[in-house]
Design a protein around this ligand. Sequence first.
Ligand code: ATP
Length: 249
Amino acid sequence: KKQAPLLQVEGLTKAYGAMKAVDDLSFSVNAGEVLGIGGPNGAGKTTLFDLLSGVTPPSSGKVTFDGHDITTLRAPEICHLGLSRTFQLNAVFNSMTVRDNLLTSTYFGVENRRVPGLVFDRKARSYTDEVLQLTGLTDHADVLAGDLPVVQLKLLMLGSAIVSRPKLVLLDEPVGGLNPAEIEACAEVFSHLREFHGITIVVIEHVMSFMTAFADKVMILHHGAKLHEGPAGSLSDNREVVDVFLGTS
Ligand code: ATP
């Protein structure tokens, strides 16, 4: 018997007045898959993440996650069901250490690891140590997040989203703004991320080489709708898709 997808999106629409930022979009993601999402600025990628993560409510359509109808749930409830995300911009606690950022983020998971007085239990500490290792941040554990170099800051944002052990994580431009050498420095972390507790990943990224290396399948959005969907390798075969992906059309 075929297993239901982990994430199922049906006819999802978000209208701002007459403008549809996301327009009747349907797709699904199976457990264990990495779906890459591309498209030019304004295609609706971040709005899609805002809808899936409960930051903003949809105008219409339906989102099913892990058997739950999450269409009208708010962000904290969705998080506790095991769906987490990152943001494009710096979204860490700058005045806390790397370790404390991660410990704090364990709170937002399926298992709530917090005990009164912000004392975290052994499991929260072991999840944190595991993510410090995965992200290569162990040596930076006691550095204030606000003092981190850009690559480590990006990896901390990734770590904060996965330390709660979500079933699905939405990554919004995880290597955006990094130069090729910096992206290369992150490559190993992403190659290991796929194996992290069977996590399923949806990733927005403009960097095509990163996308084709990391994702199993890709979906290209244009004006809030699906322009292309297929295996990651199918991207470069299609000139129109490449133009839109790179924002050159
Ligand atoms: P980028 O790569 O630049 O982040 P994107 O694909 O993530 O682009 P969105 O940020 O989702 O695109 O924006 C999609 C469209 O919706 C844009 O035209 C944007 O101006 C519009 N939009 C987004 N949020 C709002 C809002 N709160 N009110 C009105 N329009 C909005």
